[in-house]
Each structure stands twice: as structure tokens, then as C-alpha cells.
Design a protein around this ligand. Structure first.
Ligand code: PBG
Length: 328
């Protein structure tokens, strides 16, 4: 045979493959989500997300130590309050689970970057991400009145010492409103990581058990994006950039790699992607059945998100992946 074009030449040995590898994955790229619940002494496993748990603030320290040990630079906090109401007022309680967790983590590990998700769905009794219109339009999520509440929540987190604010409610104008609110409260240096393109996804299922945030009626399709729309995602991103976002996010990740790539190609801001609860649960479930090699599948899924163009990945696999990468 006189074949001259033999791409396999560069795949022959592990060292050669390592030398020509285009994409890397490192602990530095990973952000670990944490569910913080009100109360004391609580470490409640989440059945649909093996290895993940709701923790009260007094039970966070071991997890923070483990993440620091693995050089994971950042956590993303979600709160589960003691009481919910129609406005989600627990969201801006200075002594709610998230502000208390922020203070505790920054005291324990000042170098750990603490990101707080800003949304109302964990705090409202109806489970929607904003406040509802009165009759006869009951069920409509009101955009502008919700903005004020998202600002209050953001300022409460910033006052507690958060490093980065990540608004995820998908209300129009939320980045501009939060930027103005943070600035007015003296928090000009707190960056905003905008959930810029967040789709109305079935892959959020396990999270809603974890955060106890399932909508009590209806769904989120009137504010989160239609999974069919790629061009609209770019318009959403353009708005968040214009409103002052410091970093962008695409969510979910695995089924939206094309969106990650398109955003990467058009914008120069740091880009995060969120490998959401359902993506994690699918790999876990298949692995538990012996149908898939968990380590290889999880690392491949994360590498694909990096290859698509994400700088950072929010993932429930953060700790496992960082550990596996030590022996890659
Ligand atoms: C909303 C929020 C959700 C997730 C992160 N922020 C749920 C939703 O929009 O219903 C989902 C994350 C995941 O599935 O891991 N505050």
C-alpha cells in the first residue's frame, strides 16, 4: 500500500496523543454547585443526584475543604429557605441560608470564589422565578416588578460578601437592573455572570427536587427559552452584553453545544456552561446499571463542553472530575 495520508501516525502512543491534544480540562475550569438549606445539622442526600446533598451552613465546611484540596476555584450557591411566600421574600433575608453560607465560606476559605445564583423560584411558594399577576391573569410572571426583587436579593448576597452574582430568572432587563442596584449599593466591583441563554429544559428535573423549586402549576416556557431557538439565544446574549454582563453562561450544556460554540465565536467575554442536574443524573443512572463507564463518560462530556468553547463548566461532577484528572 502506498497511502501517504495517515492521520493515525499521530495517534500511535499516549505521549503523541497528549502532544497533539487540542482541548484541555482542568480543576481550574470547574465550578461546583452547592445546595444550602436553612436549619442545623442537615446533610440530606438528593436521591436523583447521587453524591449530592442539601446541607445546612454548619455542614458545609468538609465539602469546602474537599473542594479546596482539589483546587476547584469556585462554588455556585442555591438556597432552600425555611419559609416560602408569594414574593420569595426569604431571598433577600440577610440571615437566609445563602448569605450565611457566603459568610461562612469566605471566613473558612477566603480564596474560594463564591458565586450566588439569583432567582426567586427557590423562595416562592408557587415555585415560579418571579412574582405572579393578580386575577384575571393569575399565572403570568410579572417582569418589571420581579426585577426589583432580584435586585434586593443580589444586594443581600453582595452585602454578605459574595464574589460573583449569577442571575438566572430569565426576566428581561435583569442584568441592567442588578448592575444598577449593585452599583447604587456600593458594589461596583461585583461581577455579573449572566445566565444569558437559559432554555426551558427537561434536564432540570433532578434540580427541582434538590432545590424544592418545582412550579406548582404551569411551566417556565413564558420566560425560559424555547429549545428550538439558536438565533434567539444570540439575541439574548447580545442584550446581556449590552446590559453590562461581565461573563456569560449557556445552560444546559450537553444538548446546547452549538449555542456554546456560536456564543464563543461572537463574544470575547468569559463563557461558562452549566452541565445541569439531568445531564449528571443520566450518566449516574447509566453507570449505576453498568451500562457506561462513569469516569470516561463524565470526562468526555466535560471535554466536549470545553471543546465547544466554554471556559468554565458548572458541574455536579466537579469533585469527581478534579480527582480523576489527577490520574489522567
Ligand atoms: C433557577 C435554576 C434552575 C437551575 C439553576 N437555576 C432550575 C430551573 O430553572 O428550573 C437548574 C440547574 C440544574 O438542573 O442543575 N433558579
Amino acid at each position: 500500500m502506498s497511502l501517504t495520508l495517515r492521520p493515525r501516525r499521530l495517534r500511535r502512543t499516549p505521549t503523541l496523543r497528549r502532544m497533539v491534544r487540542e482541548t484541555t480540562l482542568a480543576a481550574d475550569d470547574l465550578i461546583a454547585p452547592l445546595f444550602v438549606t436553612a436549619g442545623h445539622g442537615i446533610l440530606r442526600p438528593i436521591s436523583s443526584m447521587p453524591g449530592q446533598a442539601q446541607r445546612s451552613v454548619d455542614k458545609l465546611a468538609d465539602e469546602i475543604d474537599a473542594l479546596m484540596e482539589l483546587r476547584i476555584p469556585s462554588v455556585l450557591l442555591f438556597g432552600i429557605p425555611a419559609h416560602k411566600d408569594a414574593q420569595g421574600s426569604a431571598g433577600w433575608d440577610a440571615h437566609g441560608p445563602v448569605p450565611e453560607a457566603i459568610r461562612a465560606i469566605k471566613r473558612q476559605a477566603p480564596d474560594m470564589l463564591v458565586i450566588a445564583d439569583v432567582c426567586l423560584c427557590e423562595y416562592t411558594d408557587h415555585g415560579h422565578c418571579g412574582i405572579l399577576a393578580p386575577e384575571p391573569n393569575m399565572g403570568d410572571v410579572l417582569n418589571d416588578p420581579t426585577l426589583e426583587l432580584l435586585v434586593r436579593e443580589s444586594v443581600a448576597y453582595a452585602d454578605a460578601g459574595v464574589d460573583i452574582i449569577a442571575p438566572s430568572a430569565m426576566m428581561d432587563g435583569q442584568v441592567a437592573a442588578i448592575r444598577a442596584g449593585l452599583d447604587a449599593a456600593g458594589h461596583q466591583n461585583i461581577p455579573i455572570l449572566a445566565y444569558a441563554a437559559k432554555f426551558a429544559s427537561a434536564f432540570y428535573g433532578p434540580f427541582r427536587e434538590a432545590a424544592e423549586s418545582t412550579p406548582q402549576f404551569g411551566d417556565r416556557r413564558a420566560y425560559q427559552m424555547d429549545p428550538a431557538n439558536g438565533r434567539e439565544a444570540l439575541r439574548e446574549v447580545a442584550l446581556d452584553v449590552a446590559e453590562g454582563a461581565d461573563m456569560l453562561m449557556v445552560k444546559p450544556a450537553g444538548a446546547y453545544l452549538d449555542i456554546i460554540r456560536a456564543v464563543r465565536d461572537r463574544y470575547d467575554l468569559p463563557l461558562a456552561a452549566y452541565q445541569v442536574s439531568g445531564e449528571f443524573a443520566m450518566i449516574k443512572a447509566a453507570a449505576a446499571n453498568g451500562w457506561i463507564d462513569e469516569r470516561r463518560a463524565a470526562l468526555e462530556s466535560l471535554l466536549a463542553i470545553r471543546r465547544a468553547g466554554a471556559d468554565m463548566i458548572i458541574t455536579y461532577y466537579a469533585k469527581d472530575a478534579a480527582r480523576w484528572l489527577l490520574t489522567e
